[in-house]
Write a new protein. Sequence first.
Lengths: 223, 113
Amino acid sequence: VLVIEDSPDLAELLRRKLRQEGYDVRVEHDGLRGLSAARQDDYALIILDRSLPGLDGLEICRRVRAASEVPILMLTAAGDVDQRIEGLDQGANDYLAKPFDVGELLARVRAQVRARRPAPREGFALADLELHERARTVRRGEAPIALTAKEYDLLHHLLAHARQVVPRDALIAAVWGHDFEGDDNVLDVFIRRLRTKIERPGAAKLLHTVRGVGYVLREEAPR
Amino acid sequence: VTGLALPDDPDVRELLPAFLARRAREAEALAAAIAAGDAEAVRRIGHLLKGNGGSFGLPALSALGERLERAATAADGEAARQAHAELVATVAALTAACRAGDVGSATGPAGHP
């Protein structure tokens, strides 16, 4: 986290509190040095005071936003609605009026950092077929499906590219590695086994062969 | 004279002596600004005090900062002098409480708990 704040007392308090939350913290007290620091590193967040010596916080916000999506939390004067509007319009993600409660500031930092982090993928689903990555489990409807490690890897790759035709060599590379030198009929064997395990009579057919090319997972109504 | 609570936060408590020393220096600069009739300097010092005080768990200082800002805007030298006198007394009371390691029992000017 980069803190650009000219009050040494407030900057030191923020440094301590942010460190306790597990962040590496860099503090700059001057606008020009702050802008330079903002351009040097990729920060999880920038806390930016609106009124700074050297270069105004609003101008820093505008220049940083022109080149980066880093979340910016701006500290503004209490009661100054115009400052808040200007800050948000120039690309700040959030603002907090001074004086502020440090606990609230830390909660806002957590919220901004969380919002920037992509949500961990839980797994994949196609029709009623579900693969849960962390648990390494697969089920169709309510019924769990037991797969070997290779069968799981094969299904995972196909589900990750659901509705796209995956060439045979791409599947072999994904499951057995690029150095695979065995008989590529092994893929047909595993596809057959996978089909037996995931397909259900009367349910939508999911695993299809694209002759001469590869395989695709897509939902196709039963005939 | 009413109670003026010191913040409980251990980080704030640790930083408080330096924080108050800086406020004491600001109070000196404020006295000079008031004497010189420099309303912009009074407003600036008041503005800093307002932002810093409450964030350090000392709303009484923020309230004094706000009064200084208003006094500067209204060019009210008397109001600024009164706020300055209360600032000096408040910072002294807080500093004494800090030295005594006494949480929650500093005494400050009337009307500014």
